[in-house]
Ligand binder design. Structure first.
Ligand SMILES: NC(=O)c1ccc[n+]([C@@H]2O[C@H](COP(=O)([O-])OP(=O)(O)OC[C@H]3O[C@@H](n4cnc5c(N)ncnc54)[C@H](O)[C@@H]3O)[C@@H](O)[C@H]2O)c1
Length: 257
C-alpha cells in the first residue's frame, strides 16, 4: 500500500468514498486504490474483521453492514458520513454467487431462500445504498455511483446460477435508469462488468468451468482485482465527468457483446 501511495496520481484527493463488500477481493482492491489516490474511504462489509483488516492498511473507516438489511444500510451510511463527511463516491461492490460442489443449482433445484438472498444482496443492496446516499449527492449537485455488475449480466455463462445472472442484468438496468434520473442532478451512474477475476469467489467454481473460461478469453488469462479497481478509479475520477449510463467490460475479450 505504501508503494501505491507513492506512485498513484492524486486524482481523488479529499473525496469521500464508500465501498460495499470492501473487506476482500475486488472491493478491497477498489477501496485501497481509491485511498492511494487520495480519497477518504469507508469500508463496509458483512464481515467486520475483513473490513477492519482492509481499512487498517490505509487508515480507512471500517463499518459492519449487511447490504441486504435496510436498517443496517441506513445506519452504516450515517456512521460513514459522520466520520468522513458527505459521500462523493459510492461503489456498490458487495455480491454473492452461491455454489454447491462447485456448481450453481439449476432452476428446479434452486432453493427459494437462495434466490431471495442473491437478489437481496446483489440488487436490493445497491438500491438501498443509493436510496440512502443519493439525496445528499443531489443536494450537492455532485456524485459518482459505480455498481459492480458482471459480464454475466449481459450474456449467459454456465459458471453462475440464474439468480446471479438475473441480479446482474437488473443491476445494469438500474444503472441505466438511474443515470437518466440522477444525471440532471450532477450524478453519474455506471456499472463495472468484470469477466473472470482471480478472487476467492472465483475459486468456488469447479476448476473445469474456469478452464473453459480461460480457453474462451482472447487475452488468455484471468483479470486481477487491481485491473477492476483501475477502471473504477477512472469512472469515479476527473477523466470521466461526462461518462454515465455505461456498463464497462473488464474481461480480456471474454463474452463480447
Ligand atoms: N471474481 C469474479 O470473477 C467476478 C466477476 C464478475 C463480477 N464480480 C463481482 O464483483 C464483486 C466482488 O466479487 P469478489 O470476487 O471480490 O468476491 P469476494 O467473495 O472475494 O468478496 C466479496 C466481499 O463482499 C462481502 N459481502 C458479501 N455479502 C455481503 C453483504 N450482504 N453485505 C456486505 N458485504 C458483503 C464479503 O464479505 C466479501 O468481503 C461481486 O459483486 C461479484 O459478483 C466478480
Amino acid at each position: 500500500m505504501s508503494a501505491l501511495m507513492e506512485t498513484e496520481p492524486q486524482t481523488h484527493a479529499g473525496k469521500v468514498a464508500i465501498v460495499t463488500g470492501g473487506g476482500r477481493g475486488i472491493g478491497a482492491a477498489i477501496a485501497t486504490m481509491l485511498a492511494a489516490r487520495g480519497a477518504w474511504v469507508a469500508v463496509l462489509d458483512v464481515d467486520l474483521d475483513l473490513a477492519r483488516e482492509t481499512a487498517k492498511a490505509f487508515g480507512g473507516f471500517p463499518v459492519a453492514c449487511d447490504v441486504a438489511d435496510r436498517a443496517q444500510v441506513d445506519a452504516a451510511c450515517t456512521a460513514a458520513e459522520r466520520e468522513l463527511g458527505p459521500a462523493d463516491i459510492l461503489v456498490n461492490n458487495a455480491g454473492i454467487s452461491p455454489k454447491t460442489n462447485g456448481r450453481a443449482f439449476g432452476v428446479q433445484e434452486m432453493p427459494w431462500d437462495e434466490w431471495d438472498r442473491v437478489l437481496a444482496v446483489n440488487l436490493s443492496g445497491a438500491f438501498g445504498m443509493i436510496r440512502a446516499l443519493a439525496p445528499g449527492m443531489m443536494a450537492r449537485r455532485s456524485g459518482r455511483i459505480v455498481n459492480q455488475a458482471s459480464v454475466a449480466g449481459k450474456r449467459y455463462t454456465p459458471i453462475v446460477g440464474c439468480h446471479y445472472t438475473a441480479s446482474k442484468a437488473a443491476l445494469i438496468g438500474l444503472t441505466k435508469h438511474l443515470s437518466a434520473e440522477l444525471g440532471p442532478h450532477g450524478i453519474t451512474v455506471n456499472a463495472l462488468c468484470p469477466g473472470r477475476i482471480g478472487t476467492a469467489l472465483a475459486s468456488t467454481v469447479d476448476p473445469r468451468l474456469n478452464e473453459d473460461v480461460l480457453r474462451d478469453t482472447p487475452m488468455g488469462r484471468f483479470g486481477t482485482a487491481e485491473e477492476v479497481a483501475r477502471t473504477c478509479c477512472y469512472l469515479t475520477g476527473p477523466d470521466a465527468e461526462f461518462v454515465t449510463g455505461q456498463a464497462v467490460d473488464i474481461a480480456g475479450g471474454w463474452m463480447q457483446t
